[in-house]
Design a protein around this ligand. Structure first.
Ligand SMILES: [Zn+2]
Length: 314
Protein backbone atom coordinates (compact mmCIF):
# COMPACT_ATOMS: atom_id res chain seq x y z
CA UNK A 1 0.00 0.00 0.00
CA UNK A 2 2.71 2.39 1.07
CA UNK A 3 4.78 1.39 -1.89
CA UNK A 4 1.93 2.18 -4.30
CA UNK A 5 1.40 5.60 -2.63
CA UNK A 6 5.05 6.48 -3.06
CA UNK A 7 4.91 5.37 -6.65
CA UNK A 8 1.79 7.49 -7.29
CA UNK A 9 3.41 10.56 -5.72
CA UNK A 10 6.51 9.99 -7.76
CA UNK A 11 4.59 9.65 -10.99
CA UNK A 12 2.56 12.80 -10.18
CA UNK A 13 5.79 14.69 -9.56
CA UNK A 14 7.25 13.38 -12.78
CA UNK A 15 4.13 14.41 -14.71
CA UNK A 16 4.30 17.86 -13.11
CA UNK A 17 7.94 18.23 -14.08
CA UNK A 18 7.12 17.18 -17.63
CA UNK A 19 4.26 19.67 -17.81
CA UNK A 20 6.50 22.44 -16.53
CA UNK A 21 9.13 21.51 -19.06
CA UNK A 22 6.60 21.27 -21.89
CA UNK A 23 4.70 24.48 -21.01
CA UNK A 24 7.07 27.29 -21.93
CA UNK A 25 8.86 25.23 -24.56
CA UNK A 26 5.57 24.50 -26.33
CA UNK A 27 4.62 28.18 -26.36
CA UNK A 28 7.98 29.21 -27.77
CA UNK A 29 7.74 26.37 -30.25
CA UNK A 30 4.55 27.63 -31.92
CA UNK A 31 4.95 28.94 -35.42
CA UNK A 32 4.24 32.66 -35.45
CA UNK A 33 1.92 33.56 -38.29
CA UNK A 34 1.01 37.14 -39.24
CA UNK A 35 -1.75 37.71 -41.80
CA UNK A 36 -2.87 40.95 -43.39
CA UNK A 37 -6.61 40.26 -42.96
CA UNK A 38 -8.82 38.47 -40.45
CA UNK A 39 -10.09 36.00 -43.09
CA UNK A 40 -6.57 34.76 -43.66
CA UNK A 41 -5.99 34.62 -39.89
CA UNK A 42 -9.13 32.51 -39.46
CA UNK A 43 -7.99 30.07 -42.17
CA UNK A 44 -4.50 29.84 -40.63
CA UNK A 45 -6.10 29.01 -37.25
CA UNK A 46 -8.28 26.32 -38.81
CA UNK A 47 -5.24 24.55 -40.22
CA UNK A 48 -2.59 25.42 -37.63
CA UNK A 49 -4.64 24.74 -34.48
CA UNK A 50 -2.57 24.87 -31.31
CA UNK A 51 0.74 24.62 -33.19
CA UNK A 52 0.49 28.22 -34.41
CA UNK A 53 0.04 31.69 -32.97
CA UNK A 54 -1.85 33.86 -35.45
CA UNK A 55 -2.34 37.62 -35.62
CA UNK A 56 -3.98 39.78 -38.25
CA UNK A 57 -2.84 43.32 -39.04
CA UNK A 58 -6.15 44.66 -40.42
CA UNK A 59 -9.44 44.29 -38.56
CA UNK A 60 -12.42 42.89 -40.43
CA UNK A 61 -14.43 46.10 -40.14
CA UNK A 62 -11.64 48.20 -41.71
CA UNK A 63 -11.21 48.96 -45.40
CA UNK A 64 -8.39 46.56 -46.31
CA UNK A 65 -7.16 48.91 -49.04
CA UNK A 66 -6.42 51.66 -46.53
CA UNK A 67 -5.17 50.35 -43.19
CA UNK A 68 -3.62 52.69 -40.70
CA UNK A 69 -0.51 50.90 -39.49
CA UNK A 70 0.99 51.01 -36.01
CA UNK A 71 4.62 50.48 -34.94
CA UNK A 72 3.50 47.36 -33.04
CA UNK A 73 2.89 45.64 -36.40
CA UNK A 74 6.59 45.99 -37.25
CA UNK A 75 7.49 44.11 -34.07
CA UNK A 76 4.95 41.38 -34.86
CA UNK A 77 6.39 40.98 -38.34
CA UNK A 78 9.90 41.00 -36.92
CA UNK A 79 9.07 37.85 -34.92
CA UNK A 80 6.97 36.11 -37.57
CA UNK A 81 7.82 32.76 -39.18
CA UNK A 82 5.16 33.25 -41.84
CA UNK A 83 3.35 36.18 -43.43
CA UNK A 84 0.16 35.43 -45.37
CA UNK A 85 -1.21 38.21 -47.57
CA UNK A 86 -4.09 38.73 -50.01
CA UNK A 87 -1.89 40.18 -52.78
CA UNK A 88 -3.18 41.70 -56.06
CA UNK A 89 -2.05 45.09 -54.74
CA UNK A 90 -4.69 45.08 -51.98
CA UNK A 91 -2.07 45.89 -49.33
CA UNK A 92 0.22 47.95 -51.57
CA UNK A 93 -0.54 51.19 -49.71
CA UNK A 94 0.56 49.93 -46.28
CA UNK A 95 2.31 46.54 -46.20
CA UNK A 96 5.62 47.03 -48.08
CA UNK A 97 7.11 49.52 -45.55
CA UNK A 98 6.12 47.22 -42.65
CA UNK A 99 7.91 44.29 -44.30
CA UNK A 100 11.04 46.35 -44.93
CA UNK A 101 11.12 47.81 -41.44
CA UNK A 102 10.58 44.40 -39.82
CA UNK A 103 14.13 43.47 -40.94
CA UNK A 104 12.97 39.86 -40.83
CA UNK A 105 14.54 37.92 -43.73
CA UNK A 106 11.94 35.13 -43.34
CA UNK A 107 8.99 37.27 -44.49
CA UNK A 108 10.57 39.37 -47.23
CA UNK A 109 8.92 39.08 -50.63
CA UNK A 110 9.44 35.60 -52.13
CA UNK A 111 11.22 34.30 -49.01
CA UNK A 112 10.12 30.96 -47.54
CA UNK A 113 7.83 32.65 -45.01
CA UNK A 114 6.04 34.88 -47.55
CA UNK A 115 2.77 33.45 -48.80
CA UNK A 116 0.70 35.38 -51.36
CA UNK A 117 -2.70 33.64 -51.18
CA UNK A 118 -3.92 35.05 -54.51
CA UNK A 119 -1.71 32.68 -56.51
CA UNK A 120 -3.83 29.69 -55.42
CA UNK A 121 -7.24 31.21 -56.13
CA UNK A 122 -9.74 31.90 -58.88
CA UNK A 123 -9.38 35.62 -59.53
CA UNK A 124 -12.08 37.63 -61.28
CA UNK A 125 -11.98 40.96 -63.13
CA UNK A 126 -8.35 40.63 -64.23
CA UNK A 127 -7.81 43.67 -66.46
CA UNK A 128 -6.79 43.06 -70.02
CA UNK A 129 -4.39 45.37 -71.77
CA UNK A 130 -2.21 47.85 -70.00
CA UNK A 131 -2.18 47.62 -66.20
CA UNK A 132 -2.68 51.00 -64.62
CA UNK A 133 -3.74 52.64 -61.41
CA UNK A 134 -5.05 55.59 -63.37
CA UNK A 135 -8.11 57.30 -61.84
CA UNK A 136 -7.15 55.77 -58.48
CA UNK A 137 -8.48 52.31 -59.38
CA UNK A 138 -7.49 50.12 -56.44
CA UNK A 139 -7.95 46.81 -58.28
CA UNK A 140 -5.19 47.06 -60.91
CA UNK A 141 -4.33 43.32 -60.95
CA UNK A 142 -7.79 41.76 -60.63
CA UNK A 143 -10.33 41.61 -57.84
CA UNK A 144 -8.65 41.13 -54.44
CA UNK A 145 -11.90 40.26 -52.59
CA UNK A 146 -11.67 36.65 -53.75
CA UNK A 147 -11.91 35.25 -50.20
CA UNK A 148 -15.68 35.74 -50.46
CA UNK A 149 -15.89 32.48 -52.43
CA UNK A 150 -15.68 29.49 -50.05
CA UNK A 151 -13.95 27.51 -52.82
CA UNK A 152 -11.08 29.98 -52.63
CA UNK A 153 -11.11 29.73 -48.82
CA UNK A 154 -10.56 25.97 -49.14
CA UNK A 155 -7.73 26.51 -51.67
CA UNK A 156 -6.01 28.98 -49.34
CA UNK A 157 -6.40 26.65 -46.33
CA UNK A 158 -4.69 23.93 -48.36
CA UNK A 159 -1.88 26.30 -49.41
CA UNK A 160 -1.40 27.23 -45.74
CA UNK A 161 -1.31 23.51 -44.86
CA UNK A 162 1.46 22.92 -47.40
CA UNK A 163 3.42 25.93 -46.15
CA UNK A 164 3.08 25.02 -42.45
CA UNK A 165 4.16 21.46 -43.31
CA UNK A 166 7.22 22.84 -45.06
CA UNK A 167 8.09 24.96 -42.01
CA UNK A 168 7.30 22.21 -39.48
CA UNK A 169 7.53 18.74 -41.10
CA UNK A 170 7.10 16.99 -37.72
CA UNK A 171 3.45 18.20 -37.65
CA UNK A 172 2.58 17.06 -41.19
CA UNK A 173 -0.23 14.70 -40.15
CA UNK A 174 -1.61 17.18 -37.61
CA UNK A 175 -1.98 19.91 -40.26
CA UNK A 176 -3.42 17.41 -42.75
CA UNK A 177 -6.04 16.21 -40.27
CA UNK A 178 -6.98 19.82 -39.37
CA UNK A 179 -7.32 20.73 -43.06
CA UNK A 180 -9.44 17.64 -43.81
CA UNK A 181 -11.74 18.45 -40.91
CA UNK A 182 -12.11 22.09 -42.02
CA UNK A 183 -12.74 21.11 -45.62
CA UNK A 184 -15.47 18.65 -44.55
CA UNK A 185 -17.19 21.25 -42.31
CA UNK A 186 -16.96 23.82 -45.11
CA UNK A 187 -18.55 21.39 -47.60
CA UNK A 188 -21.44 20.76 -45.19
CA UNK A 189 -21.89 24.50 -44.71
CA UNK A 190 -21.82 25.10 -48.47
CA UNK A 191 -24.83 22.78 -48.88
CA UNK A 192 -26.67 24.81 -46.25
CA UNK A 193 -25.82 28.13 -47.94
CA UNK A 194 -26.75 26.83 -51.40
CA UNK A 195 -30.18 25.74 -50.13
CA UNK A 196 -30.74 29.11 -48.49
CA UNK A 197 -29.71 31.07 -51.60
CA UNK A 198 -31.45 28.82 -54.16
CA UNK A 199 -34.69 30.88 -54.28
CA UNK A 200 -32.73 34.04 -55.13
CA UNK A 201 -30.59 32.84 -58.04
CA UNK A 202 -30.35 35.49 -60.75
CA UNK A 203 -31.50 38.31 -58.47
CA UNK A 204 -29.99 41.70 -59.26
CA UNK A 205 -28.22 43.81 -56.66
CA UNK A 206 -26.03 46.90 -56.45
CA UNK A 207 -22.97 47.09 -54.17
CA UNK A 208 -20.98 50.04 -52.88
CA UNK A 209 -17.51 48.73 -53.71
CA UNK A 210 -16.55 45.81 -55.96
CA UNK A 211 -16.14 43.51 -52.96
CA UNK A 212 -18.67 40.88 -54.01
CA UNK A 213 -18.00 39.46 -57.50
CA UNK A 214 -16.80 36.12 -56.11
CA UNK A 215 -19.67 35.91 -53.63
CA UNK A 216 -22.19 36.81 -56.36
CA UNK A 217 -20.78 34.29 -58.84
CA UNK A 218 -20.75 31.55 -56.21
CA UNK A 219 -24.35 32.13 -55.09
CA UNK A 220 -25.89 33.12 -58.42
CA UNK A 221 -26.49 36.83 -57.82
CA UNK A 222 -26.12 39.47 -60.51
CA UNK A 223 -24.33 42.69 -59.53
CA UNK A 224 -25.55 45.31 -61.99
CA UNK A 225 -23.90 48.46 -60.61
CA UNK A 226 -21.76 50.11 -57.95
CA UNK A 227 -22.15 53.20 -55.78
CA UNK A 228 -18.47 53.94 -56.45
CA UNK A 229 -17.84 55.00 -60.07
CA UNK A 230 -14.58 52.97 -59.91
CA UNK A 231 -13.05 50.92 -57.08
CA UNK A 232 -11.59 53.42 -54.60
CA UNK A 233 -13.28 56.46 -56.18
CA UNK A 234 -15.94 58.30 -54.15
CA UNK A 235 -19.48 58.56 -55.51
CA UNK A 236 -20.14 61.50 -57.80
CA UNK A 237 -23.54 63.14 -58.45
CA UNK A 238 -23.51 62.25 -62.17
CA UNK A 239 -22.68 58.61 -61.49
CA UNK A 240 -25.35 58.42 -58.77
CA UNK A 241 -28.02 59.76 -61.14
CA UNK A 242 -27.06 57.15 -63.76
CA UNK A 243 -27.12 54.41 -61.15
CA UNK A 244 -30.61 55.38 -59.95
CA UNK A 245 -32.03 55.29 -63.47
CA UNK A 246 -30.32 51.95 -64.12
CA UNK A 247 -31.77 50.50 -60.89
CA UNK A 248 -35.23 51.75 -61.82
CA UNK A 249 -34.93 50.32 -65.34
CA UNK A 250 -33.84 46.90 -64.04
CA UNK A 251 -36.05 46.94 -60.92
CA UNK A 252 -33.13 46.57 -58.49
CA UNK A 253 -34.06 47.10 -54.84
CA UNK A 254 -31.03 46.09 -52.79
CA UNK A 255 -27.76 47.96 -52.17
CA UNK A 256 -25.07 46.01 -50.32
CA UNK A 257 -22.63 48.19 -48.36
CA UNK A 258 -19.37 47.33 -46.63
CA UNK A 259 -19.25 48.40 -42.95
CA UNK A 260 -16.53 51.03 -43.51
CA UNK A 261 -18.41 53.19 -46.04
CA UNK A 262 -20.76 56.09 -45.45
CA UNK A 263 -24.40 55.11 -45.81
CA UNK A 264 -25.77 58.54 -46.76
CA UNK A 265 -25.34 58.08 -50.53
CA UNK A 266 -26.66 54.49 -50.63
CA UNK A 267 -29.59 55.49 -48.38
CA UNK A 268 -30.57 58.35 -50.66
CA UNK A 269 -30.30 56.07 -53.73
CA UNK A 270 -32.38 53.41 -51.96
CA UNK A 271 -35.10 55.92 -51.08
CA UNK A 272 -35.41 56.93 -54.74
CA UNK A 273 -35.87 53.36 -55.96
CA UNK A 274 -38.00 52.23 -52.96
CA UNK A 275 -35.21 49.86 -52.08
CA UNK A 276 -33.08 49.12 -49.06
CA UNK A 277 -29.47 49.24 -47.86
CA UNK A 278 -27.91 46.12 -46.35
CA UNK A 279 -24.55 46.23 -44.54
CA UNK A 280 -22.78 42.91 -45.10
CA UNK A 281 -19.51 41.67 -43.61
CA UNK A 282 -16.80 41.49 -46.28
CA UNK A 283 -14.41 39.75 -43.87
CA UNK A 284 -14.21 37.73 -40.68
CA UNK A 285 -14.55 40.35 -37.92
CA UNK A 286 -16.78 42.53 -40.13
CA UNK A 287 -19.81 41.72 -37.94
CA UNK A 288 -19.90 40.64 -34.27
CA UNK A 289 -21.01 37.06 -35.11
CA UNK A 290 -18.65 36.63 -38.08
CA UNK A 291 -15.96 35.21 -35.82
CA UNK A 292 -14.52 32.57 -38.15
CA UNK A 293 -14.53 31.77 -41.87
CA UNK A 294 -17.67 29.60 -41.85
CA UNK A 295 -19.54 31.97 -39.53
CA UNK A 296 -18.74 34.84 -41.92
CA UNK A 297 -20.80 33.14 -44.64
CA UNK A 298 -23.45 32.05 -42.13
CA UNK A 299 -23.88 35.74 -41.31
CA UNK A 300 -23.82 37.07 -44.89
CA UNK A 301 -26.00 34.36 -46.41
CA UNK A 302 -28.64 34.72 -43.68
CA UNK A 303 -28.65 38.52 -44.00
CA UNK A 304 -28.84 38.71 -47.79
CA UNK A 305 -31.40 35.89 -48.07
CA UNK A 306 -33.59 37.71 -45.53
CA UNK A 307 -33.27 41.02 -47.42
CA UNK A 308 -34.00 39.45 -50.82
CA UNK A 309 -36.93 37.51 -49.35
CA UNK A 310 -38.36 40.71 -47.90
CA UNK A 311 -37.98 42.53 -51.23
CA UNK A 312 -39.82 39.66 -52.96
CA UNK A 313 -42.81 39.96 -50.63
CA UNK A 314 -43.18 43.70 -51.23
ZN1 LIG B 1 -11.43 46.53 -53.29
Amino acid sequence: MKHRFVRTVFSLLATGALLLAAGPAAAADKLKVVTTTEDLAALAREVGGDRVEVESIARGYQDPHFVETKPSFILKLNRADLLVLVGLALEIGWLPPLITQSRNPKVQMNAKGYLDASQFCQILEIPTGQITRAMGDVHPLGNPHYLLDPGNGRRIADAIRIKLTELRPADTSYFQQRFDDFSRRLAEAEKRWDEKMAPYRGRKIVTYHRSWPNFAARFGLDVVGYVEPKPGIQPSPSHTIELISEMKAQNVKLIVVEPYFETKTPQSIASQVSGQVLVLAPSVGGAPDATDYIKLFDHDVAAIAAALGQAQRK
